[in-house]
Design a protein around this ligand. Structure first.
Ligand code: GLV
Ligand code: MN
Ligand code: MN
Length: 416
């Protein structure tokens, strides 16, 4: 058992302020923290330092996820887990991920300080590469843990500089040969409750600082490579061009148009947020354009159908311009329904302080969505007044951040 001294209560707002300089992006604005880069390592170091100072058992697993366990005297059985991720999208907001990790540690420190005697260990997780910003595949750490992704494929993934995931893991002190399904660790978890900043704006109109999740849209990412013929912007007659940028423009338009024409109840959305132009000269016709299509809808088949319609448009535009197009699926996450019984238990625990808490669906992916296929899983959302996320404009008030910690503390107390 870890030697637990009476810990200082961790204030989530102060901890987030301490983390604010880490990975602040001077070019894009916001924060850029990607798997095992300097910023991510600094975030991880903060996690280890803070959890250790609280007397928690801290360990990294084989898949670069970090865990901090409070094994109080008399606590037995499987662990009740909470947490989130410390990485970010490129130029993202301050709360997507860190809020859940910081709130998990803050809630545990509160329970320790109030003399709670949990019947079960409580574990706080930091999942690796949740955003997939470095290697393209979201929820990489939780997918590896759960055995949901081929390890050879993961080792061979490359980042924007061409470094392989295997190399990055090794440089970070992990054995790339050892990644993959960790059945023992997974089966040692009784349940997982992830707190997250709300993405979208459902709680503000309802006047509630926190909400519980019902479901996650099915979603995936497709890489579209359009090959044309690089040439001179001034010397090449319009009729003899094979310009992949025109096809990329058609793809971007098709993403919106095909999502818009989908039946409203499918809640379809499609986005192109990342484009690479080769060679990228202002006076050169591009030779190749790579773009990434993010598509989401209520049900798996609606996403597949949406992508098929966008791809048909892109293929048509490509043929008209004399280009070639190749499409590959980088990830697909099926629709997730969170555990109703666990959500009910948490809802009941929140009633004294929060009343009946709203239950809302989300369009964002989460490690909780990966784990939901393996253990009872639930999510707690903290009100985001404008709903903006994956942007430096993402936010929550200090009062709501503290309310989120209150709610997580109440939930963990009741669940342990
Ligand atoms: C992650 O936040 C995602 O929904 O892409
Ligand atoms: Mn995110
Ligand atoms: Mn997140």
């Amino acid at each position: 058992m870890a030697d637990v001294q009476a810990p200082a209560v961790l204030d989530a707002v102060a901890a987030l302020a301490e983390l604010a300089p880490v990975g602040a992006d001077p070019v894009r604005g916001g924060w850029s923290r990607h798997l095992l880069d300097d910023a991510d390592r600094a975030m991880r170091a903060w996690f280890v330092r803070t959890a250790t100072s609280m007397g928690l058992e801290v360990e990294a697993d084989r898949n670069a996820n970090l865990w901090a366990t409070w094994r109080a005297e008399g606590a037995t059985g499987k662990a009740v887990a909470t947490g989130s991720h410390l990485d970010s999208v490129p130029g993202g907001g301050p709360l997507d991920g860190p809020l859940g990790v910081v709130s998990g540690l803050a809630a545990v420190s509160r329970l320790m300080a109030e003399g709670h005697t949990p019947a079960h260990p409580i574990r706080v997780a930091n999942f690796a590469e949740e955003e997939g910003a470095r290697f393209g595949v979201p929820c990489l750490g939780s997918q590896l843990l759960a055995g949901e992704i081929d390890t050879d494929r993961v080792r061979a993934l490359t980042d924007a500089t061409g470094a392989t995931c295997a190399q990055v893991l090794e440089d970070g002190g992990y054995d790339p040969a050892a990644i993959g399904h960790d059945a023992d660790r997974l089966s040692d978890l009784a349940l997982y409750l992830e707190l997250h900043v709300e993405q979208g704006c459902q709680l503000a109109p309802l006047g509630h600082p926190v909400g519980l999740a019902t479901s996650i849209l099915a979603h995936g990412r497709w890489r579209v490579t359009i090959t044309g013929r690089g040439d001179h912007a001034g010397a090449t007659e319009l009729v003899s061009r094979h310009d992949p940028m025109l096809v990329a423009a058609a793809a971007i338009q098709a993403a919106r148009a095909r999502a818009v024409e989908t039946a409203p109840e499918a809640r379809a959305r499609a986005t192109v947020g990342k484009v690479q132009v080769v060679p990228g000269g202002s006076n050169a016709i591009a030779s190749e354009v790579r773009l990434w299509l993010d598509a989401r809808a209520e049900h798996d088949e609606e996403v597949r159908d949406l992508v098929a319609r966008v791809v048909a448009d892109v293929e048509g535009a490509s043929a008209a311009e004399g280009c070639q197009v190749a499409v590959s699926e980088e990830s697909f996450s099926t629709r997730v329904e969170f555990d109703g019984a666990l959500t009910d238990r948490i809802g009941a625990a929140l009633v004294p302080a929060f009343g009946d808490v709203p239950r809302i669906p989300t369009g964002a992916g989460h490690d909780a969505g990966i784990l939901a296929a393996h253990l009872p899983t639930a999510m707690l959302f903290v009100r985001n007044p404008d709903g903006v996320s994956h942007s430096p404009l993402e936010g929550a008030s200090d009062d709501d951040i503290r309310a989120g910690v209150d709610a997580l503390t109440d939930a963990l107390r009741a669940l342990t």
